[in-house]
Design a protein around this ligand. Structure first.
Ligand code: TMP
Length: 236
């Protein structure tokens, strides 16, 4: 399958059309952004690591019955994926308080939450991805019905329980993550985009060391070393 025209370029990926109208090629870029691109950088090889990590995690989720857009990996940083209409809601699931949750609500950083918290954010850079409640989602026609919102919450929780267990076995705490979903030509809701240390927070269970994009966001160290460590643990 060959790349044809560029369909879309995001902060971390490019999507290309292919000769099949239902399939796209997703190319993982080396670029890193934070604070809605207020901070920019690039790390050679980051795209390859995220492509490998995301492929492994999508295959794991597929094995557990989660439908995803992934068809197959084409090479080190390109995946063949099903074309979907992206739902403009970022689904964030949190196990431990940090990041915007601690800032917004004053919860102490590192507090283990009493249950896995699911939040919705509007996928709109120009507005800095504001938080949404269910009624905002319906009012803005971001989903067709309340049952779709319930399905997004269910999928978020299910993905969390699969990944959390998988990472505990690898001595990593899955602190929180963001996932995106899309609707395919048959109306199925599929997991889309990526799951990588760009979109998850991982804390080493023994040292509390951060192994995710917070290293870049907070100028704490080299992301590539950390992302490679996450991949090594996934593969072990
Ligand atoms: P937050 O604490 O900044 O709200 O982020 C929560 C989690 O979601 C964290 O793992 C980073 C991820 N995330 C993204 O990947 N992209 C986004 O646009 C947002 C808002 C969060």
């Amino acid at each position: 399958m060959e790349k044809q025209g560029l369909l879309y370029e995001g902060k971390a990926k490019r999507l290309y059309n292919t000769e099949d109208a239902n399939l796209l090629i997703s190319e993982f870029k080396d670029d890193l952004t934070a604070g809605n691109a207020a901070k920019k950088g690039s790390e050679e090889g980051k795209g390859v690591l995220n492509c490998k990590i995301s492929t492994q995690l999508f295959e794991l989720l597929e094995k557990h019955g989660i439908k995803t857009h992934l068809v197959k990996t084409l090479d080190d940083n390109n995946q063949l994926v099903k074309k979907v209409d992206i739902i403009m809601i970022e689904v964030v699931v949190r196990n431990i308080a940090t990041g915007s949750l601690t800032k917004r609500l004053g919860i102490k950083d590192g507090t283990v939450l009493p249950f896995s918290l699911v939040e919705f954010y509007y996928k709109e850079d120009a507005l800095n991805d504001p938080i949404l409640n269910d009624e905002h989602c319906i009012m803005m026609d971001l989903v067709k019905s309340e049952s779709d919102l319930e399905e997004l919450k269910r999928l978020g929780r299910e993905i969390n329980s699969i990944l959390k267990k998988f990472f505990i076995e690898r001595r990593l705490n899955l602190v929180d993550f963001k996932v995106e979903f899309g609707v395919d030509s048959e109306g199925n809701i599929l997991l889309a985009d990526e799951i990588s240390p760009d979109s998850c927070r991982f804390w080493d269970m023994d040292t509390n060391e951060k192994l995710d994009k917070d290293l870049f966001r907070q100028d704490l160290g080299n992301v590539k070393v950390a992302y490679q460590e996450v991949l090594n643990r996934i593969l072990k």
